[in-house]
Design a protein around this ligand. Sequence first.
Ligand SMILES: Cc1cc2nc3c(=O)[nH]c(=O)nc-3n(C[C@H](O)[C@H](O)[C@H](O)COP(=O)(O)OP(=O)(O)OC[C@H]3O[C@@H](n4cnc5c(N)ncnc54)[C@H](O)[C@@H]3O)c2cc1C
Length: 403
Amino acid sequence: MTRVVVLGAGIGGASVVEHLTRGRAARLGVDVTVVDPRRVGIVRPLLPFVAAGVLAPGAAAVDLRRIGRHARLVCAEAVRVDTAAKRVTVRDPLTRGESELPYDQLVVALGGAAHDSGVPGIIPHAICVRTVADALLLQRRVAEAAAARLRLPVAVIGAELAGISIASLLSRAQPHTAVTLLDRKPWPLPSFGRDLGTAAEVALAGSAVTWRPGSAVAEIGSDSLLLRDGTELPSSVVVWTAGHRSAPAAESAFPGAELTAGRRLVTDPMLRVRGLADVWACGDCASVPWLDVGGDCPPAGVFARTQGARVAVNIARVLRGEYPRSFRRDIPILVPAGPHTAVGTFRGLHLSGVPGAYAWAASLGCVRQRYGPAHGTDPGPDDPTTVLPVPGRTVPVFRAGSG
Ligand SMILES: Cc1cc2nc3c(=O)[nH]c(=O)nc-3n(C[C@H](O)[C@H](O)[C@H](O)COP(=O)(O)OP(=O)(O)OC[C@H]3O[C@@H](n4cnc5c(N)ncnc54)[C@H](O)[C@@H]3O)c2cc1C
């Protein structure tokens, strides 16, 4: 039986398992093992809904043991990979004991981490919404600022998917909260192309969010932001979504692998990690060519999910003695613009409103959490949010609640 080991049970890893253990691929008789240090996974695209008080915290958490129905779940963190001997060294998060897992095919789906991009003040003063605890901290800070009748806006830095959805949801669900969204680029969603940027611009113009393009943040203080042009913007709460890089393990586990500036593993269009035999990568830790548009696929759940599916199909093809196929995106890309609305584009068509919201949830596979029966409120154990420094600087690990 072919042993497939998947590192990371997030959106990308779960998609690999789902597609390897059903249909034609399941008949190949693969033995799938998933490695993740947590028992509770986080559906990060739902965190803005939790922060805005629209969803209960438990709705953004998934019990990873459900993966166990289709594959073996090893609750440990991946530390090293010996690609010559085809073994992964994993560490138990409680006992710190190490053990080895042999593989025939390896999938790296370790996700990403927030990055400070060299801007001072993020660790003591800003919130990075990466976990359920961060979302609840943001909710509490916004409520405290409202109770203290602070008229200062909540400043959300970074107008990619996370920043737009946090700003839009906060301003729609908490109408008494003024929200400013800033980005150093001239239009929103800069990594996704002009079409989607225009759709997001229209949605922002129709909302109560104050949109400030071309605003590069130089420093974050306790109650204000300093822009590079010298402007000072008073703010009650600061949310940082602007920096992104690969999860630390994706870099440390593969010394010598080709990495981008954001420390993502470089893959070919078939999602094979360049220079490593029988190693595949998908999601936020991978730099995958975006053949339809040019450049690399930006870090996004829709890409993690569809790349995970392509990795599974390609592994099945290789096992059948066929050539793997290139990853191509042909899915809607949308961003929530309120509790029941999302905007986006698909094959030149503009999507919005409630149909847009359904298309958004469907594209991420989180329809059930978003529109299904109410979940409990127990968010489960969380991982610490790590803001990684730019090379050459050392900063302590930032835990939600310490800011
Ligand atoms: C607030 C917010 C809002 C967002 N909104 C959207 C949106 O509207 N649409 C969209 O498309 N995207 C959105 N995103 C981005 C999306 O969440 C990510 O792109 C997606 O989660 C990436 O999937 P992944 O599988 O690569 O990583 P993840 O889902 O982060 O999973 C990585 C997994 O790897 C595990 N892991 C980490 N280190 C190790 C290790 N050493 N060993 C083993 N396992 C490990 C982690 O525990 C985790 O389970 C949003 C992100 C945020 C933060």
